[in-house]
Design a protein around this ligand. Sequence first.
Ligand SMILES: Nc1ncnc2c1ncn2[C@@H]1O[C@H](COP(=O)(O)OP(=O)(O)OP(=O)(O)O)[C@@H](O)[C@H]1O
Ligand SMILES: [Mg+2]
Length: 217
Amino acid sequence: MINMFHIYKNYEGAITALTDITLKIDKGDFVFITGASGAGKSTLLKLMFCMDRPTQGQIIIGGKNVSRFAERDIPLLRRKMGFVFQDFKLLNNKTVFDNIALALRITGMDNKDINKRVLKVLAYLGLQHRANFKPLTLSGGEQQRVAIARALAKEPTILLADEPTGNLDPERAMDIIRLFNDINARGTTVVVATHDKALIERFSKKAIHLDKGRIVN
Ligand SMILES: Nc1ncnc2c1ncn2[C@@H]1O[C@H](COP(=O)(O)OP(=O)(O)OP(=O)(O)O)[C@@H](O)[C@H]1O
Ligand SMILES: [Mg+2]
């Protein structure tokens, strides 16, 4: 489903974020990406979501070499991918409902279906009562759940989540991973970046450990 071959990512200022990453994530996998702050977890997920390009190496997603993709090819690829951003990236001038609905509108779904889908994910994440609130009036944990709801609304075949439990208390964090587990059990490939060792230990899943941009075991 996701293959990376000898991926390098350098940022401006001679920062090497990833060095020689080769990995394979199969359809239906649930994989944790772990490592200390600065290890390259977010960089790795962003490359999978084509938010940035590798300095070197190949990325194959669903059989397509996305490292060669033109800008115009990217939206179609993303229709099947949900991404939970570490910093949420919610639109603060839109309601919770609209934040989620917008992600669906761009796929051309009709309004009736959008409404149904948004209400369903809001209920799923216990956020029905926040539908008409603006993101900045919510707690950090609630904003995080909106970011998760938005990613799930697309019913993606691949879910990429960057520290999706960073703002949640341990019990809620477990709930979110359980929820990802359910989604995974229904066939979605799930990739979660986290530095939360308790989560990784509690859920014995495949894990890719990063240390200063390299895979270690
Ligand atoms: N846009 C950028 N420009 C320059 N350097 C960057 C950029 N994004 C990340 N880096 C650097 O790349 C390295 C890896 O960063 P990354 O955000 O991938 O780490 P991380 O494992 O997600 O860390 P955290 O756990 O703190 O989120 C760090 O040294 C970081 O400073
Ligand atoms: Mg990060």
